[in-house]
Design a protein. Structure first.
Length: 192
């Protein structure tokens, strides 16, 4: 488990697929989660000022949990926020309950996981982040990024032909999109 004073990993309005668990409001009512520690499929476990954030691997997808601060021996209740993602939040609670009882959670609700096309595009954007040197000093030219990551069979040469090409403009837009994702836009991926 990692401890720190970073801000929350996710906020309810940004990530409706996150299950928020808090201390049950009534004595003797609520959900006990003592076996989370013994789950072999914990991918992320961070303790922050606003609670514990976890990502559990399930047979058909991930479960994102936010356990609000409170006593260690407490019983939990789900906090289901009433907003435009209410139905998704309810589906995620049912899915997690199935995961906890019989280990078979079922598929994630529609719209939550990226389609194959979206996965391919996101992978390309990650490659562009690396190639454009947005993290470090190793930087490829826009032409090289286009040739290696966007247009596999590109025949546009360098110089004035490249500067006036639609391939250059599209590649630059993809670089800008990759930068925006890196600088916080990735949070949109948590919304359906």
């Amino acid at each position: 488990m990692f401890a720190g004073t970073q801000p929350a990993l996710w906020h309810p309005e940004e990530a409706p697929a996150v299950l928020i668990l808090d201390t049950a409001p009534f004595d003797g009512a609520g959900l006990a989660l003592p076996d989370l520690e013994r789950r072999p499929h914990i991918l992320v476990d961070r303790l922050l000022e606003n609670g514990r954030h976890m990502v559990l691997a399930g047979s058909n997808g991930l479960h994102r949990l936010w356990l609000r601060p409170g006593p260690a021996d407490r019983l939990f209740a789900y906090m289901v926020i009433r907003d435009d993602a209410l139905l998704l939040r309810q589906a995620m609670v049912r899915r997690f309950e199935r995961h906890m009882t019989d280990g078979r959670a079922g598929r994630s609700p529609p719209g939550l996981c990226p389609t194959p096309f979206q996965r391919q595009r996101l992978s390309m954007l990650l490659d562009i982040v690396d190639a454009a040197g947005l993290y470090d000093e190793a930087r490829l030219t826009t032409h090289e990024i286009a040739r290696r990551h966007v247009y596999a069979r590109m025949e546009v040469g360098q110089g004035s032909e490249w500067k006036s090409s639609s391939q250059r403009r599209r590649t630059q837009r993809l670089i800008d999109e990759a930068r925006a994702l890196m600088e916080g836009g990735y949070r949109r991926l948590l919304r359906p």
